[in-house]
Design a protein around this ligand. Structure first.
Ligand code: HMG
Length: 390
């Protein structure tokens, strides 16, 4: 008998600070319409030095894990390109912070923004052969291009945590997907740099080319067409990018379906528009945004396009489950986003420079200003000091 496997629960975290894109546009001498319409971003998460990918992942995972889940997790697959150590996996710190059992595998996966999708597919394969196991998959990142760069408007950060199980509550994955890899220099971050290097326009073209390739291959493999889909969720480095991807395939749909798919896209970009790029977590925040704001029915097929520069693209799909709204805490995500505080451009610029370096002398961070349950207290003897307040 085939086991149904997929995403059972989703949690999301982004820090308590954000930068308004009108303020950033004015400070950079740009027309705010370029940021809000041309790029499609309204707010950008600002990451205080007391948060990194480990704490953000813990804050996202803590929203969904019950004590029973914690005991049955067999694996943590942590997708990130903002790791804090060249050797030790972020997943090991996370497993410790979440008090997961010692018989847990804890691994970090890196391939730019694609890492969480690799984690999701590896997790699904594992659960298909171990149906009682639960796997925690993380996509957590801090998108940094640098002050006054073209990429600055597309920064952001946060974490999505997903529990992958048999008989999932949210999305049952179709056991087929299409992927494509090529050695491309569109975006990269050499060791020692905390900001990415990017060939921006080229990267947007590669993203679209890869989408066309995997979408065509998926259709050839499955004999499905756009008519089989109720919605698509995209990796959204900035919301205009997902809009351009959808526009590539919309002419394949009937006029009625074009209207429905466009409405679903609007729902899928709402939360990303207020957070910015979170690299590995971006597609999954978009999926969560679609679930939160979209007009979906159980049984609907959703297509997901994942893209990681460098580059790897994947298109896969899943069927929405009857009780999908029980798999995430809608009110908690709304409250998290609503409670954030706007920072001025000057404060953002200061915080941008304060991100804790990976190495250096002992540091104590101003932890009192960060309301998150999991936070970074500083560095001692070249070790990050993670803390939890209940
Ligand atoms: P830019 O040079 O600042 O912007 O770079 P632009 O001049 O191309 O303008 C952007 C859009 O705004 C254009 O629309 C303009 O027409 C419009 P489009 O032609 O694209 O539809 N515009 C206006 N609209 C309304 N009112 C106005 C106005 N002025 C202009 N007044 C760029 C933009 C995205 C290239 C830059 O921000 C960048 O380099 N970002 C980082 C790279 C990136 O996000 N790439 C995405 C694909 S790669 C990817 O997704 C992987 C990634 O997530 C990393 C990973 O995998 O780890 C990045």
């Amino acid at each position: 008998m085939t086991v149904t496997v997929g995403i059972d629960q989703m949690g999301f975290y982004t820090p308590h600070l954000y930068l308004d894109m009108t303020a950033l546009a004015q400070a950079r001498g740009d027309d705010p319409a370029k940021y809000h319409v041309g790029i499609g971003q309204d707010k950008q998460a600002v990451i205080p030095p007391t948060q990194d990918v480990v704490t953000m992942a813990a804050n996202a995972a803590a929203q969904i894990l019950t004590p029973a889940d914690q005991k049955t997790i067999k694996m943590v697959l942590f997708g990130t390109e903002s790791g804090v150590d060249n050797s030790k996996a972020t997943a090991v710190y996370l497993a410790h912070l979440l008090d997961l059992p010692a018989d847990t595998r804890a691994i970090e996966i890196k391939q730019a923004c694609y890492g969480a999708t690799a984690g999701l597919q590896f997790a699904a394969d594992y659960v298909r052969s171990h149906p009682t196991a639960k796997v925690l998959v993380i996509g957590a990142d801090i998108a940094r291009y640098g002050l006054r760069t073209a990429g600055e408007v597309t920064q952001g950060g946060g974490a999505v945590a997903m529990l992958v199980t048999a008989n999932p509550r949210i999305l049952a994955l179709d056991p087929v997907s299409s992927y494509h890899t090529a050695d491309v220099m569109d975006f990269w971050r050499p060791l020692g740099r905390s900001e990415a290097l990017v060939d921006g326009k080229y990267s947007t073209n590669v993203y679209l080319d890869f989408f066309r390739t995997v979408w065509t291959d998926y259709q050839a493999q499955t004999h499905r067409t756009i008519a089989d889909f109720a919605a698509f969720a995209f990796h959204i480095p900035f919301t205009k990018m997902g809009r351009k991807a959808l526009r590539q395939i919309l002419p394949e749909a009937t006029p009625d379906q074009q209207t429905a798919l466009t409405a679903a896209f609007e729902a899928s970009q709402l939360d990303n528009r207020n957070v910015g790029n979170l690299y590995t977590g971006s597609l999954y925040l978009s999926l969560l945004s679609l679930l939160r704001h979209g007009n979906l029915q159980p049984g609907d097929r959703i297509g997901c396009y994942s893209y990681g520069s460098g580059a790897e693209g994947e298109f896969y799909s899943g069927r929405l489950q009857p009780d999908y709204r029980a798999g995430f805490n809608d009110a908690a995500v709304t409250a998290l986003l609503a409670k954030r505080r706007a920072v001025s451009v000057a404060e953002y610029e200061e915080l941008f420079q304060q991100q804790l370096d990976l190495t250096g002398t002992d540091v104590q961070l101003p932890v009192g200003t960060d309301p998150a349950p999991y936070y970074l207290a500083g560095r001692q003897h070249q070790q990050r000091q993670y803390r939890h307040r209940s």
